[in-house]
Design a protein around this ligand. Structure first.
Ligand code: MN
Length: 214
């Protein structure tokens, strides 16, 4: 039985137009994300077989596959919910008037201002070498928000940090519409950020118990 399952999109394929066209959303969710779910499940099965047979010749590859596919599944599951149609409130800045003042304050405390945060995350996502993500994460030891530039789905990550806002910078996320203009895609992404969802994830992350103390 499958351990991981593909979540349904919280909106229809066309909901994020014109920032992301329906064809990209359909392929990205139904094919790419689905492949990571299958990959994570398949790898767990292969690890079980390796344990049963005590055959460890492929252990390095299997552990790498598990990290890759599981992280791909987690990041995409967050990604879909991090976005919403501009007509349903996506975009803009987190504002106290919208009930997300706590997140707005944390961004200001951690980065100096919303503008400085936006510049850092935009730059991190847009300059990712190869395939990867720009990520806003909560770091429980310091209680601060940090920006991470994630390679593939799992590399260059601070252990224990919790992603709350993720920008997919893989070519499959934008190439059909933006061609080689990755910076334009990342710039446009800000028009569909669902700050309510980001704040919800920030509150949950803040309530988590740090793995070590300062
Ligand atoms: Mn992707």
């Amino acid at each position: 039985m499958a351990i991981y399952t593909l979540p349904e999109l919280p909106y229809d394929y066309a909901a994020l137009e014109p920032v992301i066209n329906p064809q990209i959303i359909e392929l990205h969710h139904d094919k790419h994300h689905a492949a990571y779910v299958k990959g994570a499940n398949d790898t767990l099965e292969q690890l079980e077989e390796a344990r049963d047979k005590e055959q460890w010749g492929s252990i390095n590859g299997l552990e790498k596959n598990l990290a890759f596919h599981l992280s791909g599944h987690i990041l995409h599951s967050i990604y879909w919910n991090n976005m919403d149609s501009p007509k349903d409130g996506g975009g803009g800045e987190p504002l106290a008037a919208d009930g997300v003042g706590d997140l707005a304050d944390a961004i200001t405390e951690s980065f100096g201002s919303f503008a400085k945060f936006k510049a850092q995350l935009t730059k991190a996502a847009a300059t990712t070498q190869g395939s990867g993500w720009g990520v806003l994460a909560y770091e429980p030891i310091s209680g601060r928000l940090i920006v991470e530039q994630v390679y593939d789905h799992q590399g260059n990550v601070g252990q224990g940090s919790i992603p709350v806002l993720v920008f997919d910078a893989w070519e499959h996320a934008f190439y059909l519409q933006y061609k080689n203009q990755k910076v334009d895609f990342i710039d446009a992404m800000w028009q569909v950020v669902n700050w309510q969802d980001v704040n919800k994830r920030y509150q949950a992350a803040k309530a988590s118990v740090p793995l070590i103390s300062l």
